[in-house]
Write a protein that binds this ligand. Structure first.
Ligand SMILES: *Cc1c(COP(=O)(O)O)cnc(C)c1O
Length: 422
């Protein structure tokens, strides 16, 4: 039925351990030869419109010439330079630009390579903030049901208990406080009560602001963030915004911490930071957090330094991506995609099993009453010429911002056809 597989796939498949995958039963992956714009071009010549932007990274589309030129230029100058004791322009320029873009005094940028590691660093900063200030016992975190902050061991503890596999790893992972987001007065009172009882053992509150992504594309109002800021201040705990998914325009604001008017003490960024070209992340601390490490005591320093920290190629890509954001064109594109998805997905409200259809910025979500058959749906979407990979109960779109109206119609049309139930 399908075209023969390329040799590299059949030879490599027994050796590649794939992500989130029961290797025994999962369908074979699709072989991609190259990417262009909003499209994946398969080895067999088929072209798919990418509705996921490679896990929310390729915000400007693939192979953007401005980013490619910047990376090529940097590759000819220096591919990598250790960050201990040495400095280079791409990282230093990027840090200054991020500090200028972020609100308040979120001014101190610590680079890493992946989102999970930047969350680990933010958690470590929060723990040591209290140690350095001579406050004992603030060793735990408060996070939220529906949250996702990464797959490494410490970040698993602040994920939703199911997503973070808390029961599977009970006894291995330290137990954190997992609460409901304060979306109404009852949950706000419950959060306040929890903080009144346990606040003195909590180093920081960790939240994905405005949209909980991997937990199911769950949206909440900015008033929730204002409540968290208020509760954090009332109980003297730090507030960490994980903007790895929401950052760089995805929800319609460049950052939620800027658009919502609620400024955290630490923010994490990754996914779209390099426009989806190279792995890079950052944990960015406010002056208050940074100042707790500023000391004549060497022991008060942040003892962290990933080998590829501040990689020049990745930072060059991120600077080029920021150039593209500076043109402002993304705003109109995100608004256009939001309208297109709202219209294109609306008919699915009446489809079998659908409990909600929602859009925000360049995020379009169709939620079902039960978990969907991911492999089966992926195959049907591929037959319609689109790449859409559902997650749990949601089938969603997070397309590149440059996705054309015609390409967007291909995505929403495929959703209507495959999910519409006739
Ligand atoms: C993807 C994601 C992470 C983890 O990033 P990785 O680069 O996969 O380690 C953490 N937090 C949020 C909100 C994410 O969406």
């Amino acid at each position: 039925m399908s075209a023969p597989q390329p040799a590299w796939l059949t030879e490599g498949a027994p050796h590649v351990w794939r992500p989130y995958c029961q290797m025994k039963t999962a369908p074979a992956p699709l072989a991609v030869a190259r990417t262009q714009g909003a499209r994946l071009i398969l080895e067999d010549g088929r072209e798919l419109v990418d509705g996921i932007a490679s896990w929310w990274t390729a915000c400007h589309g693939y192979n953007h010439p401005h980013i490619r030129e910047a990376v090529e230029r940097q590759l000819s100058l220096a591919p990598h330079i250790m960050f201990g004791g040495l400095a280079h322009e791409p990282a230093y320029r990027l840090a200054a630009r991020l500090a200028a873009l972020l609100p308040g005094d979120l001014d101190h940028v610590f680079f890493a390579e992946s989102g999970s590691v930047s969350v680990e660093i933010a958690m470590k900063m929060a723990l040591q903030y209290w140690i350095n200030r001579g406050v004992a016992g603030r060793t735990r975190f408060l996070a939220f049901a529906g949250g996702y902050h990464g797959d490494t061991l410490a970040t698993m503890t602040v994920c939703d208990p199911d997503e973070g596999m808390h029961s599977l790893f009970a006894g291995v992972l330290p137990a954190q406080h997992i609460a409901a987001l304060p979306v109404d007065t009852a949950s706000e009172a419950a959060l306040d009560a929890l903080l009144a009882r346990k606040g003195s053992e909590i180093a920081a509150i960790v939240v994905e602001p405005r949209v909980q992504g991997a937990g199911g594309m769950l949206f909440h109002d900015d008033v929730v963030l204002a409540r968290l800021r208020k509760a954090a201040d009332a109980h003297g705990v730090l507030l960490i915004f994980d903007e790895i998914f929401t950052g760089f325009g995805r929800t319609g604001d460049l950052f939620v911490c800027q658009g919502s008017g609620v400024v955290p003490d630490i923010v994490t960024l990754s996914k779209s930071l390099t426009g989806g070209t190279l792995p890079l992340s950052a944990a960015i601390a406010s002056r208050r957090v940074f100042d707790a490490f500023w000391s004549d005591d060497a022991g008060a320093a942040l003892m962290h330094g990933p080998t590829y920290m501040g990689n020049p190629l990745a930072c060059a890509a991120a600077n080029a991506s920021l150039d593209l954001f500076e043109t402002g064109a993304w705003r109109a594109d995100v608004a256009r995609l939001e309208r297109g998805m709202a219209e294109g997905l609306a008919p699915l409200r009446d489809a079998p099993g659908v409990v909600d259809v929602r859009t925000l910025g360049a995020i379009g979500v169709v939620e079902f009453d039960t978990p969907v058959d991911i492999g089966g749906l992926c195959a049907r979407f591929v037959a319609e010429g689109v790449w859409i990979r559902p997650m749990g109960k949601v089938v969603y779109l997070t397309p590149p911002y440059i996705t054309s109206d015609v390409e967007l119609e291909r995505l929403t049309g495929a959703m209507r056809k495959v999910l519409g139930g006739g």
